[in-house]
Design a protein around this ligand. Structure first.
Ligand SMILES: *Cc1c(COP(=O)(O)O)cnc(C)c1O
Ligand SMILES: [Zn+2]
Length: 421
């Protein structure tokens, strides 16, 4: 890894070499990949990045990989959509949607982190990969593992949406549904990871996995013409993506790819699982675990592993956090679909609803450029909205039947008009 210098404990600073370890043996703090930023600043340019294929590896200097990557060659570089109609609806001037609902191959931000984790699993010589998941991660690990020929086990709670369950099973992993919530799944997986020595992407490969989330932030900056937005709103589950988007922005500044302009990062959670937002509101350092109860299952983690780092990033940048009820989440999904033609899952509905609240409360001033992070796809979670959308009008295949329907809907009688063509 040309620019990677090793792993370091985020709490006590102890150094480790690159291997599948994730907690410090002295203080149990999480380990993080270290880079030689001076060397990166000398060799990484906007032009070099722009000349590379449109995938997460275009930022390879700032990612942990030493060989030519072979996993994730189609992941990342998702659209940054200028959201004019949503902006008008929310009463702001400059709004964007970073749309990972169309990430390749499994339609969520997890395709980024899994690409980096599995590349490291391959380099470290593992033949079996696994994960503890709220659904999207299992989808992505299953898909990438199939293509890269890993043996694969995915562990999920037993109450997930069909789209998420089938969306893993189709790739033929060994899926395991555990009775309980994600926090139960994660606890069991920590024991399995210890005993079986597999590459658990979000447990023992966590230092590498989490680095992949920086690419979401790198792309936002590049797609804005190499500048940082004034605000970005990011959902929080286990607490990977939010601090890593913040780290991505800091790194781009540090290596001189963007100007050092002020920005704030804001946290979005569902009211039925908001341990981090609650701590933000209480201005507390302590994140009290909760028992999740929300339709936003992909972000229903009651005891977030990296919640503390979400708090730190939000506070450091002067950001804030809000929570959205299930009803507001569904409205958020509908609002994004109706204004921008983007169908997101409840995690995205949460982010839209929270952005609306932050604008209304003045935390996001109406004239400051804002990015909404859409991290997952609504076609996987039809259950969440199926009772809130129109049912198709049933008619027989006859023109007069449609004429009748049209008249009943519009009050206009077109039945006498002759057809042309
Ligand atoms: C996993 C996930 C998130 C955020 O999870 P973190 O653990 O906080 O990174 C957000 N949205 C969707 C759709 C997800 O699947
Ligand atoms: Zn330590």
């Amino acid at each position: 890894m040309p620019f990677v210098t090793g792993l370091k404990c985020r709490e006590c600073g102890q150094d480790y070499k690159i291997e599948a370890v994730h907690v410090c043996e002295y203080c149990f703090g999480p380990l993080e990949v270290q880079y030689d930023y001076d060397a990166i600043a000398k060799s990484m340019s906007r032009e070099a990045v722009e000349s590379r294929p449109r995938n997460i590896w275009r930022y390879r200097e700032l990612l942990p990989v030493s060989k030519e990557p072979t996993i994730g060659l189609y992941s990342g570089y998702t659209p940054l959509v200028r959201a004019e109609r949503l902006a008008a609806e929310l009463g702001v001037k400059e709004l964007y949607v970073k749309d990972d609902s169309v990430n390749h191959p499994t339609f969520s931000y997890k395709d980024r982190v899994v690409s980096v984790a599995l590349s490291n699993a391959a380099e470290l010589g593992f033949d079996t990969v696994a994960c503890a998941s709220t659904g999207n991660l299992a989808n992505s690990v299953s898909a990438h593992a199939a293509r890269a020929k890993f043996r694969c086990f995915v562990f999920i709670p037993d109450n997930l949406e069909q789209g998420k369950v089938v969306g893993s099973a189709i790739y033929n992993p060994t899926p395991v549904a555990i009775s309980g919530n994600y926090d139960d799944v994660n606890r069991l997986c920590t024991e399995i990871a210890d005993k079986y020595r597999w590459a658990f992407v979000n447990i023992n490969l966590r230092p590498f996995y989490t680095e992949g989330a920086k690419t979401y932030g790198f792309e936002v900056a590049e797609q804005l013409g190499w500048r940082l937005p004034r605000h970005i709103v990011v959902p929080t589950a286990g607490g990977t993506i939010l601090p890593k988007v913040a780290k991505g922005f800091e790194e781009l500044t540090q290596v001189g790819l963007v100007e050092d302009t002020p920005w704030k990062i804001h946290c979005a959670q569902a009211a039925g699982c908001a341990p981090v937002v609650t701590a933000i509101h209480r201005e507390s350092e302590l994140i009290e675990p909760v028992k999740p109860n929300t339709i936003a299952k992909s972000i229903a983690i009651g005891n977030p592993a990296d919640g503390y780092y979400v708090l730190k990033a939000v506070r450091k940048t002067g950001g804030w956090g809000e929570m959205a009820t299930d009803e507001e989440i569904v409205e958020g999904i509908q609002l994004l679909a109706r204004t921008e033609g983007i169908f997101t899952e409840p995690a995205g509905g949460t982010t839209v609803a929270v952005t609306k609240k932050l604008i209304e409360s003045g935390r996001i001033p109406r004239d400051e450029a804002t990015v909404i992070s859409i991290t997952g796809n609504g076609y996987k979670t039809l259950e969440a909205v199926k009772d809130n959308v129109p049912v198709p009008y049933p008619i027989p295949a006859r023109l007069d039947a449609f004429d009748d329907l049209y008249e009943s809907l519009t009050g206009k009688d077109e039945s006498a008009k002759a057809s042309t063509g």
